[in-house]
Design a binder for this molecule. Structure first.
Ligand code: AMP
Ligand code: MG
Length: 496
């Protein structure tokens, strides 16, 4: 019984029922000394995985790739992508291996993928490996996003391989087990479009619709229905990033999921002080993927999806372009509407007024000018609305330069006075829109630095606190605090 349990995950392999040019067989490399450093037990349970009762050694063997479930069919997926604006027709999973899909007891289909388990046919010159730091960063940040209520891939396990990986320095190798609604990207469509493979585009469209947009499957024009669906989900996703101050860092088209989940956590980070130009990736020298640019970049990426789908939207090119353009034009108003809804929630506005967008814009300007912490300022506003802090001193105290904030506060008070829903109800709503705990860069870095020395205490504490980002947790003041003063501008490096 136990052996059988260990042996099979109950995988289904719907992606492998697509033609073989969609993927390539891949075998995980052998990890010399796998050691489990993080495991997401609630996620494993939610997925119905047969991992209950397994020892850390057994889990390490499975999630390093050393011991594959008997029904795994490991493959690397083919895709292309625009990286920083330049098209690469041949990317693919160079350091990720899909083991298979499980269908959860609730009926959700989820990919299980090992990231960093060695080379695949798509590795090009890369080693297919991952270092401990980026693996733990993705673990923390993706699970924090989940707890924040934002669509995201999940982290199931992190395993040290016992092998060095060579980057600028020698680092410890690790494997992240990632769980995703699927790994189909805009770049997957671009891959087949670049090869003028209309059959593949049709099959991929049908597969993606069935998997992610089942209510659109019967549409008269499947490709257009898919495009519209992805536009809607991405307009929502990016507005949710903006709500919590998340900067993805590498919004290349190969890092944008068709399912609408946040995917590929590399040089991502959360802003501390509000700055629309905030960027964290050391390779994003043109600030293409800066915080306030993310809506425009999503739109640009969606245009690349639309282009890829043109031949199957309509055989008549002009008509196809016209229909795709009409669909794309919906992104901008949809995103603006989502952003306005986000800002109203953050400000505790239950009614809608013409001037709300301007009020929100003026606050952001004041925060920028005041070098104010984005998270803490918004969080403190609810105390003012609730009446616990009638002078809004908490929010004001987050600003280094107060002049613009004070002026804004006068307008805000006048606006609040016109609300009809009870203040305490709106204040509670604000606390569900404005997190107290985010994976602040200095906290993540400290956790990763300790972990590199073998001490996972900070990492584990951070995991727990970030699991309830909207709830004040006594004794965790340090996790909600500002970064130490005078820190150099934060940079993350590509998560390779
Ligand atoms: P990313 O920047 O993580 O989205 O990766 C961009 C592309 O580079 C993808 O095709 C990855 O599979 C590939 N890649 C990144 N790191 C490695 C690595 N260490 N070995 C092989 N391929 C890699
Ligand atoms: Mg990627």
């Amino acid at each position: 019984m136990a052996a059988d349990h260990l042996g099979r995950f109950g995988f289904d392999h719907s992606y492998q029922r697509l033609p073989s040019r969609f993927y390539a067989a891949a075998r995980p490399a052998t990890a010399p000394a796998p050691r489990l450093v993080a495991f997401n037990t609630p996620l494993a349970e939610e997925m119905g995985l047969p991992t209950e009762g397994l020892s850390a050694e057994e889990l390490a063997a499975i999630f390093s790739g050393n011991r594959l479930p008997g029904d795994a069919q490991p493959v690397a997926l083919a895709y292309a992508g625009h990286q920083f604006g330049g098209f690469n027709p041949q990317l693919g999973d160079g350091r990720a291996i899909l083991l298979g899909e499980v269908v959860t007891p609730e009926g959700r289909r989820l990919d299980i993928q090992l990231k960093g388990a060695g080379q695949t046919p798509f590795s090009r010159r890369g080693d297919g490996k991952a270092a401990l730091g980026p693996v733990l960063r993705e673990f923390l940040v993706s699970e924090a996003m989940q707890a924040l209520g934002i669509p995201t891939t999940r982290a199931l396990a992190a395993v040290l391989t016992g092998e060095p990986v060579y980057r600028e320095t020698v680092l410890q190798g690790a494997v992240l087990t990632r769980v995703a609604a699927s790994h189909i990207r805009i770049g997957t469509f671009q891959y087949f479009a670049a090869r003028q493979d209309e059959e593949a585009l049709r099959l991929l469209t049908a597969h993606a619709l069935a998997r992610h947009y089942p209510d659109r499957q019967e549409a008269e024009n499947p490709a257009l229905a898919l495009l519209e669906g992805v536009i809607e989900r991405q307009a929502l996703l990016v507005s949710e990033w903006m709500r919590v101050g998340f900067v993805h860092g590498v919004m290349n088209t190969d890092n944008m999921s068709i399912s609408g989940e946040t995917i590929d956590y590399g040089p991502c980070a959360f802003i501390d002080a509000y700055d629309p130009a905030a960027r964290f990736s050391s390779i994003d020298t043109g600030s293409r993927y800066a915080f306030a640019n993310q809506g425009a970049v999503a739109e640009w990426n969606l245009a690349r999806l639309a282009e890829s789908l043109l031949p199957i939207i309509d055989p008549d090119e002009d008509r196809a372009v016209e229909r795709a353009t009409t669909a794309l034009k919906r992104f901008s108003p949809r995103f603006a509407a989502n952003m306005l809804a986000v800002m109203r929630a953050k400000l505790g506005l239950a009614t809608e007024e013409e001037g709300d967008a301007a009020l929100a814009r003026d606050l952001l300007k004041a925060l920028h000018q005041g070098h104010a912490d984005f998270t803490l300022t918004f969080r403190a506003l609810s105390d003012g609305v609730r009446g616990d802090d009638p002078g809004f001193d908490g929010a004001a105290g987050c600003c280094i330069d107060l002049s613009a904030f004070r002026e804004w506060l006068t307008a805000y008070r006048a606006r609040l006075a016109r609300e009809t829903v009870p203040a305490f109800v709106r204040a509670d709503g604000m606390d569900r829109a404005n997190p107290l705990y985010i994976p602040r860069n200095h906290l993540v870095e400290a956790a990763l630095a300790d972990a590199a020395e073998g001490d996972f205490g900070r990492f584990n504490r951070l995991r727990v606190v970030l699991g309830q980002p909207y709830t004040l947790q006594p004794g965790t003041e340090d996790h909600a605090a500002l970064p130490p003063q005078g820190e150099a501008p934060y940079r993350t490096f590509c998560g390779t």
